[in-house]
Design a protein around this ligand. Structure first.
Ligand code: PLP
Length: 418
């Protein structure tokens, strides 16, 4: 991470001192490096330079408008999974023709919104969904461009909560069933078949599952051709992993090579939906130490960021490196880094060897740019934290810290309780 670096034992994001930002806006906050975001997007996109492709950033990894706008300005498309993400995408300036819509539970309102917006395609996950899209398109007098999300039944060898391409997962349509659904789609007047899609999971650190999935999808494309169904877009989803601790995921060039080599001779346009690989290591979570205490068998460092700010450690048992913003002199200790929330699951790290920090010191939770703020909540009536973007020697708040007034926005006391 070239843009989060120590200068004289103090952590900088590009040319801005992290503690200076904390002094000005308080903690906790997410901090993103503009240069890193840009480099990661361009590296990924350029890796596929040899073929027709559209990289659609996966909004759910980080939906901040400023981040979406940055990728939009770099030529990205957008992968969405809800009407809310479509709204954000349009607000950020994405052309609907560059938006693909995945997800197993699209509602009527969401389908209508996407049809009226004119998105590039729906990644359809069941026959019932397809039938509903046909009905809504007919009502609205539109043609709905669709791909079927196929479940290729490959094991991505990742955390079970983030594997999505196995037969036991709720996602997609099994390959053999997919043929039948394509045949049904062919007969639907308001459905236009444009693609085929798969997304096998997240934080994948090996190219083999992608290669296996692609081979299965290509066989299916050939069978479809024999049936007279021609496919324009091949959407291989997202899922490329990053280094949190000692993982060694393939570089985007290596990942791209696997796909590009297999697609060069075709006329397909490749769509990709990367999320984590673009934003994960472009952001950190900055938190202050509130207290430390020593139990009989453990030491605890209590910080002002909790599981409501960063859920990954408790949800996935995820590892995030935690670094002191100012390197203290002295020894390392072994401690749990925990938040203020009344849950045993409220931790950022367990039994971690960590610099011996104390009250008032700042810590940086690394690799927090993906599924960090986006998964945050107001649990325990904690206002959601601020988000900041650094550009060279300048920083701006891209989402202000919530206030207490934000907490009960939309709530009301019913007349019978007044
Ligand atoms: C979450 C998701 C992605 C992005 O996954 P990453 O692992 O962050 O790259 C892409 N496509 C779909 C359909 C998703 O649900």
């Amino acid at each position: 991470m070239h843009h989060f670096q120590y200068k004289n034992d103090e952590l900088y994001c590009e040319s801005v001192s992290v503690s200076k930002i904390a002094e000005e806006i308080g903690t906790p906050f997410y901090l993103y490096s503009h240069a890193t975001l840009k480099r990661h997007f361009k590296t990924f996109d350029n890796a596929f330079g040899a073929i027709e492709r559209l990289v659609c950033f996966s909004a759910k990894a980080n939906t901040n408008l400023a981040i979406l706008r940055l990728f939009q300005s770099l030529g990205s498309g957008l992968d969405i999974v809800s009407g809310g993400e479509l709204y954000r995408g349009i607000k950020a300036g994405f052309l609907p023709e560059k938006i693909v819509y995945s997800g197993v539970g699209k509602t009527i309102d969401e389908i209508d919104y996407a049809l009226n917006s004119g998105i590039l395609m729906f990644n359809v996950e069941s026959l019932e969904e397809l039938t509903l899209i046909q009905t809504r398109a007919k009502t609205l007098n539109k043609q709905a461009p669709i791909a079927l999300r196929v479940n290729p039944d490959v094991d991505p060898k990742t955390h079970p909560y983030i594997s999505t391409g196995l037969k036991k997962n709720k996602f997609g349509i099994e390959s053999d069933v997919a043929l039948e659904v394509y045949k049904a789609a062919m007969k639907m007047e308001h459905i236009r078949i444009v693609g085929i899609d798969c997304h096998i999971g997240s934080q994948i650190t090996d190219t083999t599952p992608f290669k296996d999935a692609l081979e299965k999808i290509k066989l299916l494309i050939n069978t479809l051709k024999e049936l007279g169904i021609s496919i324009q877009y091949l959407d291989m989803g997202g899922g490329l992993g990053i280094t949190y601790a000692d993982e060694d995921p393939p570089h985007p060039d290596e990942y791209a090579k696997v796909l590009v080599n297999s697609l060069k001779e075709t006329s397909l346009t490749l769509i990709l939906e990367p999320g984590r690989v673009i934003v994960g290591n472009a952001g950190i979570l900055v938190t202050s130490v509130l207290y430390s205490k020593r139990g009989e068998i453990k030491k605890f460092i209590i910080v002002d960021a909790g599981m409501n700010d960063l859920m990954r450690p408790t949800l996935y048992d995820a590892y995030h490196a935690i670094e002191p913003v100012k390197k203290p002199k002295g020894d390392f200790i072994k401690a749990d880094v925990v938040g203020p929330i009344c849950e045993t699951g409220d931790f950022l790290a367990l039994d971690r060897n960590i610099a011996n920090v104390g009250k008032g010191d700042l810590l940086a939770v690394m690799s927090a740019g993906a599924y960090g703020f986006a998964m945050s909540s107001n649990y325990c009536s904690r206002p959601r934290c601020a988000e900041v973007m650094v550009h060279q020697d300048h920083f701006e708040v891209i989402r202000r810290r919530e206030t207490f007034q934000d907490l009960n926005r939309g709530e009301s006391i019913p007349s019978f309780l007044e």
